[in-house]
Each structure stands twice: as C-alpha cells, then as structure tokens.
Design a protein around this ligand. Structure first.
Ligand SMILES: Nc1ncnc2c1ncn2[C@@H]1O[C@H](COP(=O)(O)OP(=O)(O)O)[C@@H](O)[C@H]1O
Ligand SMILES: [Mg+2]
Length: 335
C-alpha cells in the first residue's frame, strides 16, 4: 500500500484564552508523501506553527488542547501516542527546525555536544562516536573550521551559522521527515539562499520528506512540489506549485501572489510584507459566520457571509475553500 508518510486528518486545536475557548487550527487535513516537499504558506497567525507543533506533540498544554483529528505517521496515530513513544519519534524519525535557533539551542552547551546529543539518545552511540559524527555533520553543513569550533557556544556564532548547527542537529539521526518552520525568516537574503540550498542538497541526499512552513511564497516556489495555503486556521487552497502560481483560485492565494515582488519566485521574493492584502487575519477568538476571508475579499457576496464554504475540488487535485467555485459568475474581473 502506498500510504503517505504523514497524514493529517481533520485536525482541530484550541486554546483557552481570557475571552474563552478559541480555535487556532480548524479541521486541517493534508498529506505528505515520502521524499516530497510540501509547502505550508499563509500570513502570520494563520495556524501554521500550531499545526507543526501538533505533529510533534509540542503544543503547550494548557492553554492548548488538540480537540479532534488524527496525525498518522507511518501508520501510527501520533495524537494517541504515549509521551514516551513521541519522544522517541521526535528527533529520530521526525526532526524540526525553527525560525530562531536560539530558542532550541542550549546557550550553555558547546555546539559539538548539542549536535552529538541526539546520537547518544536515539542511536545509542557513546560520547566519542557521537562527537566524531557531530564533527562530520558540522563540516557537512559547512561550518568553517568545524572541528575546531566544536567547543564554541551558540552565542559565538552568527544567525546563519546557528541555523546550520540546528540543521546538523536535526539531521544527525537521519529523520524521515524534517519540519522546517520559517527556517530562513530571521536571516538576511544572501544567507537565506545559502541555507535553502543546503536544505535542498541534504534533502536530496537523504531522501527525506520536508514540511516547509513559510510566509514567503518565493521560498515555496523554489523548494516545494505542492502547497497548502492556510488562512485563519483553515486550509483554503491546495495545489501543486505550478498550478498555484499559474492559476491560483482562492482570492486569498491571489492576494498573496500579488504581494510578491517577483512572482517568478526568488528566494527573497517575500521580502516585502504579505500583509499588503487589505485588512488583517481575524483573531481566533472572533466568531465568524460564513467564509473567514469574506471580510477582506473583493469578491465576497451574500452567501459568503452566511455559509462557510467547503474545500471544493477545482481541477486535477487543486482544491479551494471558496464559493466562487460554485458561483464563478460572481468573480469580479476588476479585482
Ligand atoms: N500558546 C498560545 N496561547 C494562545 N493562543 C495561541 C498560542 N499559540 C498560538 N496561539 C494562537 O493561535 C493562532 C495561530 O498561531 P500560529 O500557529 O503561531 O500562527 P502562524 O505560525 O501561522 O503565524 C494565533 O492566533 C495565535 O495567537
Ligand atoms: Mg509560525
């Protein structure tokens, strides 16, 4: 059977907030095949990180709670897995890198030790073997003079070098899935391009799957085969990259594309802010009847404000959560 490596099914995640229970992730479904790179895009606050944290069982609880859904990884449901099983999978089978490496690097431990640690925990290597492999990995992620820098602390390194250490740490156990949450957002443009190139190379070499979360469509164009667009906690469009850029359906996706300075997609393609779509993402505490994007949508008509659209098939695997798929005559040509 050709089951996907990762299958997220109808995942809903809520938070207890001072204004009551609010949903940050609302029945999100997508799948990731072996060896595939899937991009997840959307403005800040759309639920991308909470979705990623759910996969690893890292949603802070309280206030977070996984309300429903399944997260299948190689046929086991991670949501039901005991914490011990999740800890084993984390770092060994699924690794994650974040926007700000300082939050995941230990400031008081030399980088060599930190890269060696997963090998001791998950692979049972002794310290000497693990340190030796760590040094090889630091060379592989192109830390200059890697062996001599094994004893450096994170604060000795630049942001780009720290992200390389994070990548080494994520890769040492040869995970089947790497989740990268805004891996280059905090870096300047030239460093971004180098880090992305490093990730592409390692991914090809290792044959792993990559879940690439970013607000930057340029990064997606360069890296991903397929894209999931999230808005206000929901998947609003899903398509292969060429379709998404060639014939985006959802007005939100179109807005995101319009806010890109270079639709051909360079790595720095999102250096302008995507929030150039008028208005802002609604707060998760806001109760919305109908389509969550209607308040910002130039095409919105009566139905959009009355009834929430489903995720409709458009063509060839492309899907969009938009009433225009049923009422195409409502699409305005001037917007
Ligand atoms: N610990 C938390 N407590 C309360 N709300 C949270 C928490 N973490 C995230 N949220 C809310 O969940 C929503 C989705 O956040 P997030 O997944 O981080 O968005 P993204 O990664 O797309 O920028 C946001 O409205 C955010 O404020
Ligand atoms: Mg995020």
């Amino acid at each position: 059977m050709n089951t996907p490596l990762l299958g997220i099914e109808e995942l809903s995640v809520g938070f207890d907030t001072p204004e009551g229970k609010a949903r940050a992730v609302d029945r999100v479904s997508f799948a990731l095949e072996r060896g595939e790179t899937l991009g997840v895009v959307g403005e800040s606050g759309c639920g991308k990180s909470v979705t990623a944290l759910s996969i690893l069982g890292l949603v802070p609880s309280p206030p977070g709670v996984i309300e429903s859904g399944a997260i299948r990884f190689e046929n086991s449901d991670l949501i039901g897995s005991p914490p011990e099983a999740l800890r084993r999978i984390r770092g060994r089978d699924i690794a994650m890198i974040f926007q700000e490496p300082m939050t995941s690097l230990n400031p008081v431990l030399p980088i060599g030790r930190q890269v060696a640690e997963p090998l001791m925990v998950h692979r049972g290597l002794n310290r000497k073997e693990a340190l030796d492999q760590a040094a090889q990995w630091l060379e592989r992620v192109k830390i200059p003079d890697a062996r001599r820098r094994m004893g450096d602390y994170p604060h000795h390194l630049s942001g780009g070098m720290r992200q390389r250490v994070m990548i080494a740490m994520a890769m040492v156990c040869r995970p089947k899935l790497l989740i990268a949450d805004e891996p280059t957002t905090a870096l300047d443009v030239t460093i971004q391009a180098q880090i992305l190139a490093l990730m592409v190379g390692l991914k090809q070499e290792m044959g792993m799957s990559l879940l690439l979360i970013t607000h930057n469509l340029g990064v997606v164009a360069q890296m991903a085969a397929r894209v999931v667009v999230m808005y206000a906690g929901q998947v609003v469009e899903e398509a292969v990259v060429s379709e998404l850029f060639g014939r985006p359906f959802h007005p939100y996706t179109r807005g995101l594309l319009r806010s890109m300075p270079d639709p051909a997609g360079r790595p720095d393609g999102g250096s302008r802010r995507l929030s150039e779509i008028p208005g802002i993402v609604p707060a998760i505490t806001e109760a919305i009847v109908g389509c969550k994007f209607a308040g910002r949508c130039p095409h919105a008509f009566g139905r959009c404000r009355e009834q929430a659209p489903g995720l409709f098939d458009i063509a060839g695997g492309q899907r969009a959560r938009c009433w225009l798929s049923r009422f195409p005559e409502r699409r305005r040509t001037d917007a």
